[in-house]
Design a protein around this ligand. Structure first.
Ligand SMILES: [Fe+2]
Length: 368
Protein backbone atom coordinates (compact mmCIF):
# COMPACT_ATOMS: atom_id res chain seq x y z
CA UNK A 1 0.00 0.00 0.00
CA UNK A 2 1.28 3.50 -0.81
CA UNK A 3 2.04 5.89 2.03
CA UNK A 4 0.04 9.09 2.24
CA UNK A 5 1.22 12.14 4.14
CA UNK A 6 -0.74 15.40 4.40
CA UNK A 7 -0.03 18.57 6.32
CA UNK A 8 -1.31 21.88 4.93
CA UNK A 9 0.42 24.14 7.52
CA UNK A 10 2.94 26.60 6.15
CA UNK A 11 5.80 26.61 8.69
CA UNK A 12 8.13 29.57 9.24
CA UNK A 13 11.14 28.62 11.35
CA UNK A 14 14.06 30.62 12.75
CA UNK A 15 15.22 33.14 15.34
CA UNK A 16 13.28 36.37 14.81
CA UNK A 17 10.49 34.66 12.83
CA UNK A 18 7.93 36.63 14.90
CA UNK A 19 8.67 39.69 12.77
CA UNK A 20 7.19 37.94 9.72
CA UNK A 21 3.65 38.26 11.18
CA UNK A 22 2.61 41.40 9.23
CA UNK A 23 3.65 39.76 5.98
CA UNK A 24 1.71 36.59 6.87
CA UNK A 25 -1.38 38.61 7.81
CA UNK A 26 -1.24 40.30 4.42
CA UNK A 27 -3.55 43.14 5.44
CA UNK A 28 -5.99 41.05 7.50
CA UNK A 29 -7.03 42.08 11.02
CA UNK A 30 -5.96 39.88 13.91
CA UNK A 31 -6.92 38.95 17.46
CA UNK A 32 -4.06 37.81 19.68
CA UNK A 33 -4.86 34.91 22.00
CA UNK A 34 -2.23 34.45 24.67
CA UNK A 35 -1.52 33.47 28.30
CA UNK A 36 -2.05 35.92 31.20
CA UNK A 37 1.67 36.39 31.97
CA UNK A 38 2.42 37.48 28.40
CA UNK A 39 1.76 41.13 29.29
CA UNK A 40 4.17 41.17 32.25
CA UNK A 41 6.81 39.42 30.14
CA UNK A 42 6.62 42.22 27.55
CA UNK A 43 5.29 39.84 24.91
CA UNK A 44 2.00 41.68 24.40
CA UNK A 45 3.86 44.99 23.93
CA UNK A 46 6.09 43.29 21.37
CA UNK A 47 3.08 41.89 19.51
CA UNK A 48 1.39 45.29 19.57
CA UNK A 49 4.53 46.82 18.05
CA UNK A 50 4.89 44.11 15.39
CA UNK A 51 1.21 44.01 14.41
CA UNK A 52 0.45 47.76 14.60
CA UNK A 53 -3.01 48.68 13.33
CA UNK A 54 -3.60 45.08 12.16
CA UNK A 55 -4.22 44.14 15.81
CA UNK A 56 -7.93 44.31 16.72
CA UNK A 57 -7.90 42.85 20.24
CA UNK A 58 -5.91 40.85 22.77
CA UNK A 59 -7.45 37.92 24.68
CA UNK A 60 -5.05 37.05 27.46
CA UNK A 61 -7.25 35.20 29.96
CA UNK A 62 -6.23 31.75 28.76
CA UNK A 63 -5.68 29.28 31.56
CA UNK A 64 -3.73 26.02 31.36
CA UNK A 65 -5.71 23.03 30.05
CA UNK A 66 -8.74 24.97 28.71
CA UNK A 67 -12.02 23.91 30.30
CA UNK A 68 -15.50 24.31 28.82
CA UNK A 69 -16.67 26.28 31.88
CA UNK A 70 -13.93 28.90 31.53
CA UNK A 71 -14.06 29.10 27.75
CA UNK A 72 -17.76 29.76 27.37
CA UNK A 73 -17.78 33.49 28.12
CA UNK A 74 -14.56 34.16 26.17
CA UNK A 75 -15.94 32.33 23.13
CA UNK A 76 -19.29 34.11 23.07
CA UNK A 77 -17.72 37.54 23.70
CA UNK A 78 -15.24 36.90 20.88
CA UNK A 79 -17.89 35.94 18.34
CA UNK A 80 -20.15 38.83 19.38
CA UNK A 81 -17.54 41.58 19.37
CA UNK A 82 -14.75 40.60 16.95
CA UNK A 83 -16.60 40.39 13.65
CA UNK A 84 -13.84 42.20 11.76
CA UNK A 85 -11.15 39.76 12.90
CA UNK A 86 -10.11 37.36 10.15
CA UNK A 87 -7.13 35.75 11.82
CA UNK A 88 -6.40 34.57 15.35
CA UNK A 89 -2.72 34.82 16.27
CA UNK A 90 -2.23 32.32 19.11
CA UNK A 91 0.95 32.96 21.07
CA UNK A 92 1.81 30.54 23.86
CA UNK A 93 1.92 26.86 24.69
CA UNK A 94 -0.59 24.17 23.83
CA UNK A 95 -3.33 25.72 25.97
CA UNK A 96 -3.26 29.06 24.09
CA UNK A 97 -3.17 27.35 20.69
CA UNK A 98 -5.88 24.84 21.62
CA UNK A 99 -8.08 27.66 22.97
CA UNK A 100 -7.57 29.55 19.71
CA UNK A 101 -8.72 26.48 17.76
CA UNK A 102 -11.94 26.39 19.79
CA UNK A 103 -12.45 30.10 19.07
CA UNK A 104 -11.91 29.59 15.31
CA UNK A 105 -15.24 27.96 14.54
CA UNK A 106 -18.88 28.92 15.16
CA UNK A 107 -22.31 28.21 13.81
CA UNK A 108 -24.85 30.99 13.18
CA UNK A 109 -25.86 31.09 16.87
CA UNK A 110 -22.31 31.89 18.04
CA UNK A 111 -23.15 29.91 21.18
CA UNK A 112 -20.46 27.89 22.87
CA UNK A 113 -22.81 25.09 23.92
CA UNK A 114 -23.40 24.34 20.22
CA UNK A 115 -19.68 23.58 19.88
CA UNK A 116 -19.59 21.64 23.16
CA UNK A 117 -22.58 19.48 22.16
CA UNK A 118 -20.70 18.67 18.97
CA UNK A 119 -17.56 17.78 20.91
CA UNK A 120 -19.56 15.55 23.23
CA UNK A 121 -21.16 13.80 20.25
CA UNK A 122 -24.64 14.86 21.37
CA UNK A 123 -25.52 16.96 18.31
CA UNK A 124 -23.63 17.51 15.06
CA UNK A 125 -21.72 20.79 14.98
CA UNK A 126 -21.28 22.30 11.53
CA UNK A 127 -19.36 25.56 11.54
CA UNK A 128 -20.75 28.15 9.16
CA UNK A 129 -18.27 30.86 10.21
CA UNK A 130 -14.58 30.51 10.91
CA UNK A 131 -11.37 32.44 11.44
CA UNK A 132 -7.90 31.47 10.23
CA UNK A 133 -5.12 30.66 12.70
CA UNK A 134 -1.48 31.66 12.91
CA UNK A 135 0.06 29.58 15.70
CA UNK A 136 3.16 30.96 17.41
CA UNK A 137 4.35 28.44 20.01
CA UNK A 138 6.40 29.77 22.92
CA UNK A 139 7.18 26.23 24.08
CA UNK A 140 8.95 23.44 22.18
CA UNK A 141 6.68 20.47 22.54
CA UNK A 142 2.98 20.74 21.92
CA UNK A 143 2.98 20.27 18.16
CA UNK A 144 -0.43 21.93 18.18
CA UNK A 145 0.90 24.50 15.68
CA UNK A 146 0.97 21.84 12.95
CA UNK A 147 -2.10 19.77 13.84
CA UNK A 148 -5.86 20.42 13.58
CA UNK A 149 -6.62 19.01 17.06
CA UNK A 150 -7.33 20.73 20.31
CA UNK A 151 -7.87 19.19 23.71
CA UNK A 152 -10.74 20.80 25.61
CA UNK A 153 -11.45 19.59 29.13
CA UNK A 154 -14.74 19.26 30.96
CA UNK A 155 -13.54 18.77 34.51
CA UNK A 156 -17.03 18.95 36.01
CA UNK A 157 -17.92 15.82 34.04
CA UNK A 158 -14.38 14.32 34.27
CA UNK A 159 -14.15 14.29 30.47
CA UNK A 160 -11.68 15.26 27.80
CA UNK A 161 -12.92 16.36 24.39
CA UNK A 162 -10.91 16.36 21.19
CA UNK A 163 -11.79 19.12 18.74
CA UNK A 164 -10.92 18.19 15.17
CA UNK A 165 -12.44 19.89 12.16
CA UNK A 166 -11.12 20.52 8.65
CA UNK A 167 -11.23 24.26 9.51
CA UNK A 168 -8.98 23.95 12.58
CA UNK A 169 -5.70 23.35 10.75
CA UNK A 170 -3.50 26.39 11.38
CA UNK A 171 -2.73 28.41 8.28
CA UNK A 172 0.81 29.22 9.49
CA UNK A 173 3.08 27.96 12.27
CA UNK A 174 5.68 30.54 13.26
CA UNK A 175 8.49 28.84 15.21
CA UNK A 176 10.75 31.45 16.77
CA UNK A 177 13.23 30.01 19.32
CA UNK A 178 13.91 33.51 20.68
CA UNK A 179 10.43 33.35 22.24
CA UNK A 180 11.46 30.25 24.18
CA UNK A 181 14.50 31.75 25.93
CA UNK A 182 12.48 32.86 28.96
CA UNK A 183 10.67 29.54 29.46
CA UNK A 184 10.91 28.28 33.04
CA UNK A 185 12.81 25.02 33.57
CA UNK A 186 9.64 23.10 34.47
CA UNK A 187 7.89 24.07 31.22
CA UNK A 188 11.03 23.43 29.15
CA UNK A 189 11.16 19.93 30.59
CA UNK A 190 7.44 19.16 30.31
CA UNK A 191 7.17 20.40 26.75
CA UNK A 192 10.37 18.61 25.70
CA UNK A 193 9.08 15.30 27.07
CA UNK A 194 5.71 15.91 25.39
CA UNK A 195 7.57 16.21 22.07
CA UNK A 196 9.46 12.98 22.78
CA UNK A 197 6.14 11.29 23.48
CA UNK A 198 4.64 12.60 20.21
CA UNK A 199 7.60 11.22 18.24
CA UNK A 200 7.57 7.76 19.86
CA UNK A 201 3.78 7.52 19.81
CA UNK A 202 3.82 8.13 16.06
CA UNK A 203 6.16 5.14 15.63
CA UNK A 204 4.30 2.51 17.71
CA UNK A 205 1.19 3.53 15.86
CA UNK A 206 -1.07 1.68 13.42
CA UNK A 207 -1.15 4.84 11.27
CA UNK A 208 2.65 5.20 10.94
CA UNK A 209 4.14 5.59 7.48
CA UNK A 210 7.68 6.08 6.13
CA UNK A 211 7.30 9.88 6.08
CA UNK A 212 6.04 10.18 9.66
CA UNK A 213 8.78 7.70 10.69
CA UNK A 214 11.50 9.85 9.13
CA UNK A 215 10.42 12.91 11.08
CA UNK A 216 9.86 10.95 14.28
CA UNK A 217 13.32 9.35 14.22
CA UNK A 218 14.98 12.70 13.61
CA UNK A 219 12.98 14.23 16.48
CA UNK A 220 13.87 11.43 18.92
CA UNK A 221 17.61 11.70 18.10
CA UNK A 222 17.59 15.44 18.67
CA UNK A 223 15.50 15.39 21.85
CA UNK A 224 17.71 12.71 23.44
CA UNK A 225 20.79 14.75 22.54
CA UNK A 226 19.51 18.24 23.27
CA UNK A 227 17.04 18.18 26.17
CA UNK A 228 19.53 17.37 28.98
CA UNK A 229 21.95 20.00 27.64
CA UNK A 230 19.17 22.56 27.34
CA UNK A 231 18.11 21.97 30.96
CA UNK A 232 21.68 22.95 31.91
CA UNK A 233 21.91 25.91 29.49
CA UNK A 234 18.40 27.35 29.10
CA UNK A 235 19.72 30.60 27.62
CA UNK A 236 21.49 28.89 24.72
CA UNK A 237 19.66 30.03 21.59
CA UNK A 238 21.26 27.28 19.48
CA UNK A 239 19.92 24.56 21.81
CA UNK A 240 16.51 26.27 21.97
CA UNK A 241 16.46 26.28 18.16
CA UNK A 242 17.35 22.58 17.90
CA UNK A 243 14.70 21.66 20.47
CA UNK A 244 12.11 23.80 18.67
CA UNK A 245 12.90 22.08 15.37
CA UNK A 246 12.73 18.63 16.99
CA UNK A 247 9.34 19.45 18.51
CA UNK A 248 8.16 20.69 15.10
CA UNK A 249 9.28 17.42 13.48
CA UNK A 250 7.53 15.41 16.20
CA UNK A 251 4.41 17.51 15.61
CA UNK A 252 4.55 16.85 11.88
CA UNK A 253 5.00 13.12 12.52
CA UNK A 254 1.98 12.77 14.81
CA UNK A 255 -0.12 15.21 12.73
CA UNK A 256 -0.59 12.21 10.44
CA UNK A 257 -0.69 9.31 12.90
CA UNK A 258 -2.31 10.87 15.99
CA UNK A 259 -0.98 9.80 19.37
CA UNK A 260 -1.37 6.38 20.99
CA UNK A 261 -1.38 4.58 24.32
CA UNK A 262 0.88 6.86 26.39
CA UNK A 263 -1.36 9.84 25.60
CA UNK A 264 -4.49 7.81 26.22
CA UNK A 265 -3.13 6.97 29.70
CA UNK A 266 -2.15 10.60 30.23
CA UNK A 267 -5.71 11.93 30.09
CA UNK A 268 -6.70 9.93 33.17
CA UNK A 269 -3.51 10.93 34.98
CA UNK A 270 -4.23 14.60 34.28
CA UNK A 271 -7.92 14.41 35.22
CA UNK A 272 -7.49 12.31 38.35
CA UNK A 273 -4.01 13.19 39.58
CA UNK A 274 -3.53 16.66 38.11
CA UNK A 275 -0.28 15.75 36.35
CA UNK A 276 0.87 18.33 33.77
CA UNK A 277 0.41 17.01 30.24
CA UNK A 278 4.12 16.66 29.45
CA UNK A 279 4.73 14.48 32.49
CA UNK A 280 1.45 12.56 32.20
CA UNK A 281 2.20 11.55 28.59
CA UNK A 282 5.87 10.69 29.09
CA UNK A 283 6.26 8.90 32.44
CA UNK A 284 4.80 5.72 30.89
CA UNK A 285 6.97 5.79 27.72
CA UNK A 286 9.44 3.09 28.92
CA UNK A 287 6.53 0.85 29.96
CA UNK A 288 4.71 1.37 26.66
CA UNK A 289 7.98 0.78 24.75
CA UNK A 290 8.43 -2.58 26.53
CA UNK A 291 4.96 -3.50 25.41
CA UNK A 292 5.52 -2.32 21.82
CA UNK A 293 8.76 -4.22 21.22
CA UNK A 294 8.18 -7.52 19.45
CA UNK A 295 4.71 -6.66 18.21
CA UNK A 296 5.66 -5.88 14.60
CA UNK A 297 9.02 -6.34 12.91
CA UNK A 298 8.69 -3.15 10.85
CA UNK A 299 7.95 -1.09 13.98
CA UNK A 300 10.84 -2.72 15.84
CA UNK A 301 13.17 -1.66 13.01
CA UNK A 302 12.02 1.97 13.22
CA UNK A 303 12.18 1.99 17.03
CA UNK A 304 15.76 0.71 16.77
CA UNK A 305 16.55 3.45 14.24
CA UNK A 306 15.15 6.01 16.69
CA UNK A 307 16.48 4.66 19.98
CA UNK A 308 19.58 2.70 18.94
CA UNK A 309 20.61 -0.95 19.17
CA UNK A 310 20.15 -3.30 20.84
CA UNK A 311 16.46 -2.56 20.95
CA UNK A 312 15.92 -4.94 23.88
CA UNK A 313 17.91 -2.52 26.06
CA UNK A 314 16.11 0.60 24.81
CA UNK A 315 13.39 0.62 27.52
CA UNK A 316 16.03 0.69 30.24
CA UNK A 317 17.97 3.44 28.45
CA UNK A 318 14.79 5.46 27.99
CA UNK A 319 13.91 4.97 31.65
CA UNK A 320 17.38 6.25 32.66
CA UNK A 321 16.98 9.24 30.32
CA UNK A 322 13.58 10.27 31.73
CA UNK A 323 14.51 9.56 35.36
CA UNK A 324 17.77 11.46 34.77
CA UNK A 325 15.63 14.51 34.06
CA UNK A 326 13.91 14.04 37.43
CA UNK A 327 10.70 12.40 36.18
CA UNK A 328 9.58 9.12 37.77
CA UNK A 329 8.45 6.37 35.41
CA UNK A 330 6.11 4.07 37.37
CA UNK A 331 2.46 4.47 38.29
CA UNK A 332 3.29 3.80 41.92
CA UNK A 333 5.55 6.89 41.98
CA UNK A 334 2.41 8.99 41.47
CA UNK A 335 0.35 7.26 44.15
CA UNK A 336 -1.55 5.01 41.71
CA UNK A 337 -2.12 1.49 43.09
CA UNK A 338 -1.31 -1.51 40.89
CA UNK A 339 -5.00 -2.36 40.69
CA UNK A 340 -5.99 1.16 39.64
CA UNK A 341 -3.11 1.29 37.14
CA UNK A 342 -4.30 -1.90 35.46
CA UNK A 343 -7.84 -0.54 35.22
CA UNK A 344 -6.50 2.76 33.88
CA UNK A 345 -4.43 1.03 31.19
CA UNK A 346 -7.36 -1.15 30.12
CA UNK A 347 -9.55 1.94 29.88
CA UNK A 348 -6.81 3.78 27.95
CA UNK A 349 -6.43 0.91 25.48
CA UNK A 350 -10.10 1.20 24.61
CA UNK A 351 -9.90 4.97 24.09
CA UNK A 352 -9.63 6.55 20.63
CA UNK A 353 -5.87 7.16 20.99
CA UNK A 354 -5.25 3.83 22.74
CA UNK A 355 -6.60 2.00 19.70
CA UNK A 356 -3.78 3.49 17.61
CA UNK A 357 -1.24 1.48 19.61
CA UNK A 358 0.28 -1.54 17.85
CA UNK A 359 0.52 -3.55 21.06
CA UNK A 360 -1.27 -6.74 21.93
CA UNK A 361 -4.73 -6.33 23.42
CA UNK A 362 -3.84 -6.64 27.10
CA UNK A 363 -0.31 -5.50 27.87
CA UNK A 364 -1.26 -4.67 31.44
CA UNK A 365 1.25 -6.99 33.07
CA UNK A 366 4.15 -5.34 31.25
CA UNK A 367 2.76 -1.89 31.83
CA UNK A 368 2.22 -2.02 35.55
FE1 LIG B 1 1.04 15.65 23.87
Amino acid sequence: MNAHYFNPVHSVYGAGALSSLPELLDGRRAAVVTFPEARALGLVARLEAVLGDRLACVIDCISPNPDVQELSQTYEDFWRTCAEVEVIVAVGGGSAIDTAKALMVADESGRFDALVSGLAGEKPFTPTRFKRLIAVPTTAGTGSEVTPWATIWDRARQKKHSLHLPQTWPEYAVIDPELMLSLPASVTLQSGLDALSHALESIWNVNANPLSDTMACSAVHEILAVLPALMQQPQDLGLRGRMALAALQAGMAFSNTKTALAHSISYEMTLRYGLPHGIACSFSLPMVLRSAIGQRADRDAVLERALGAPLAEAPERLERFIEGLGVKTRFGDYGVSAQEARAMVLHAQGGARGKNFIGRPTPTETLT
